[in-house]
Design a protein around this ligand. Structure first.
Ligand SMILES: *Cc1c(COP(=O)(O)O)cnc(C)c1O
Length: 372
């Protein structure tokens, strides 16, 4: 019945037909039209983030989001002299520690519970105690669970203390309003396939130009050297270093136009928030309890606990897949849970149909005994 499979995952997300169509045309990488589109994308990203052009630049980088995080950490932080404090409350925060280990970067980690936001008081205490800390890194929207970490007090405070800040805004940029001129992060990372609703293929980094200018020679990787990538765009009017995902770049440009047509980030945030509420309330009615408290809940992805010990996620997953929905398993070990995302070309009627499908599934799979 349903030819279209909806990706209810936090990226890759369901693309609009027009974004998909943009990928049917071949382009050369040296072509001036391609370089112009690249420059337009770089400028549009600054606008979306309210990042002033005299202070910030944006850099595109081939690969998935993790390539962007790895390039940023290993270019921004000097091995041997700098130390980064990493605050983590999920798998993506912990991945930053792993990256720092690989890159030989000195780091201190503070881990919070996956179900609780990062506590800025504890972060500030750590920074007071450890004068060797030069950088701070955290995830804005922890896609592991769907928890949003607060940035609005912490980042400007760290900026005033002279700490260089790195924000993984992978699954929030374009979907949750962010004002870089107010927040003053030095690096903010996202990718093509999350809330901007493009296809997977590249990461992008908004960087403070003055801070970036001091990072020449830091990276131990050629292809992940963010500084060199920046120079290539700047010195060659938007020419990418090395082969770039041309089809994905054109599709991303179309996705940016569609974000604008929707009414910008505020309008998209509203759509996501309404879908998330519809999903949360609907699933609650069906007996699924959300993992994250409503006040910390992101509008992008929601975790739900298994409704009973007899709940079979694999069966549930297959049933939904056969009815046109792809959802995500849980990513934390403490609580049996699964995740449903609502970014991409997803609308209220889609969530309503999902809820009806889940209701049908539950009716067909009622536990035989209630107290096992
Ligand atoms: C998606 C995501 C990443 C990057 O993951 P990739 O699989 O490399 O694209 C990093 N951090 C967060 C918070 C994410 O949601």
């Amino acid at each position: 019945m349903n030819k279209r499979t909806l990706l209810l995952t936090p990226g890759p997300a369901t693309l609009s037909n027009t974004v998909k169509q943009a990928m049917t045309i071949d382009h050369g990488t040296w072509d001036s039209e391609y370089k112009d589109v690249t420059q337009k994308i770089r400028t549009a990203l600054l606008k979306i983030g309210h990042a002033a052009e005299d202070k910030y630049t944006s850099i595109l980088l081939q690969g998935s989001g993790t390539y962007g995080v790895e390039a940023t950490l290993s270019t921004a932080i000097s091995r041997g002299t700098d130390t980064v404090l990493i605050a983590a409350n999920g798998a993506y925060g912990r991945r930053m520690s792993e990256i720092a280990d690989y890159a030989g970067i000195s780091h201190l980690d503070i881990c919070f519970k996956d179900t609780e936001p990062i506590d800025e008081k504890i972060v500030l205490e750590m920074i007071k105690k450890h004068s060797e800390i030069t950088h701070f890194a955290l995830v804005h929207n922890e896609t592991t669970t769907g928890i949003v970490n607060p940035l609005s007090n912490l980042l400007p405070k760290l900026h005033s203390l002279g700490i260089i800040t790195i924000v993984d805004a992978m699954s929030s940029f374009g979907g949750i309003p962010l004002d870089l001129n107010e927040l003053k992060p030095d690096y903010l990372i996202s990718s093509s396939n999350k809330c901007v609703q493009g296809a997977p293929g590249f990461a992008f980094i908004i960087a403070n130009k003055k801070v970036l200018a001091n990072t020449a020679g830091n990276s131990a990787s050629l292809s992940l050297d963010l500084y060199q990538q920046y120079l290539c765009f700047e010195n060659n009017a938007g020419k990418w270093r090395f082969t770039s995902p041309t089809h994905v770049v054109f599709a991303f440009y179309e996705a940016l136009l569609e974000l604008q047509d929707e009414g910008g980030v505020k309008a998209r945030y509203l759509r996501y928030s309404q879908l998330e509420q519809q999903l949360r309330n609907g699933l609650k009615t069906l007996g699924f309890e959300p993992l994250i408290a409503a006040k910390y809940q992101s509008p992008v992805i929601t975790s739900f606990k298994y409704p009973s010990s007899s709940f079979n996620f694999d069966n549930f997953y297959l049933y939904l897949k056969n009815h046109g929905f792809i959802i995500y398993p849980g990513k934390i070990t403490e609580v049996a849970s699964f995740r449903i995302g609502n970014i991409g070309a997803v609308y209220s009627k889609d969530i309503a149909r999902l809820l009806r499908t889940i209701k049908d599934y539950l009716l067909r799979n009622q536990p035989k005994t209630s107290n096992q």
